[in-house]
Design a protein around this ligand. Sequence first.
Ligand code: MTE
Ligand code: CO
Length: 424
Amino acid sequence: MSDTKVSQPSNLSRRSLLKAGLAAGAVAGSAGAARAAGDPLITEIQDWNRYLGEGVQARPYGTPSEFEAGVVRRDVEWLTASTESSINFTPLHELDGIITPNGLCFERHHGGIAEINPADHRLMINGLVDTPLVFTMEDLKRFPRENRVYFLECAANSGMEWRGSQLNGCQFTHGMVHCVMYTGVPLKLILEEAGIKTSAKWVMPEGADASAMTRSIPMDKALDDCLVAFKMNGEALRPEQGYPLRLVVPGWEGNMWVKWLRRIEVGDEPWHQREETSKYTDLLETGKARRFTWVMDPKSVVTSPSPQAPVTHGKGPLVISGVAWSGNGRITRVDVSIDGGRNWKTARLDGPSLSKALHRFYLDIDWDGSDLLIQSRAMDENGYYQPTKNELRAARGENSIYHNNGIQTWHVKADGTVENVEVS
Ligand code: MTE
Ligand code: CO
């Protein structure tokens, strides 16, 4: 094969290609780097170009390239005593856009992963209803269904960071969040099928796993936007995410999104389950605890650069990117600071802007190579601003674990490495 054939698409000879590359690289501050003349990756034909590749059906269920092997969920061993009641984290620093791939959605289990044959799964509706009902998966798939993109955030996300910077990577500080498109039946339709009595004010979803997760949800929310979901990103839920059925409670803390959903009881008052009394409450300085703090307030984090995604290209064009979300609705603005919160620039939101979903933001800067203290601050359509950690501590004290939506700081050093620090 001649050199001209290698560069066929642009009809350039090898010499003019090299010249073009060098010329682009010579422009100060340009993102196009100068490539060494004679780079064999340009001048030599490579194996993947010379030989036929694998055919169709070599990978009946597609998986990422072997070069993406580092893009995985990770846990922090010392955080929990056992893996069955534990957590792992979404690799936010590796992702872009707003959708989390199914295999990368963080997992939080209280009694391990229930492995359920959908043919054996049942959903019962009982309590203050006209007719108690039991549905099979097949029954549920005959109700009108909807497709909705929502984030799910565990109330404990960033819980380790209340008193200062702890974990070195946004995967660990903010990775208890994911965002997928759910397919499911509005809970309203299922409750209406059973007929809710006028005294009914609450519902209690229950999981079929070893923890039998149970939470109280007010009827208004149940009838508003909750879904009984069986698909995520178009395919069946993953076992980790509650296969074959989970509750979707948009904008509210992840704990209420009961996985392996087997029963919904209808009642006239909350049940005061363990996960809404001893856990998932916020202990204040006064010794009192905030309870039923369901909504996940506006929050954001810069995912790159971040400790696991250092700057490797030196000074010049630098893409600062991150995600923002709010349980109250859409994100309308994200500001980014590179000097620890003294000055702010409004970031560019890109991609769909959907209520109670992740939003992607970018700030494209020309990095002069000096130290940066990068922060991001989100605002939602109701005008709620993400607070600084000091503002949060002034309001809630230092005993809290849950609902930390304070502003995160990354220290980018001159050599491009990044560290979790606190500036508040
Ligand atoms: N549902 C059941 N049945 N069992 C559980 O352990 N964990 C809850 C919730 N639903 C849990 C559950 C918690 S605390 C969270 S944050 C979310 O599921 C996590 O959902 P994910 O594993 O799909 O990320
Ligand atoms: Co949780």
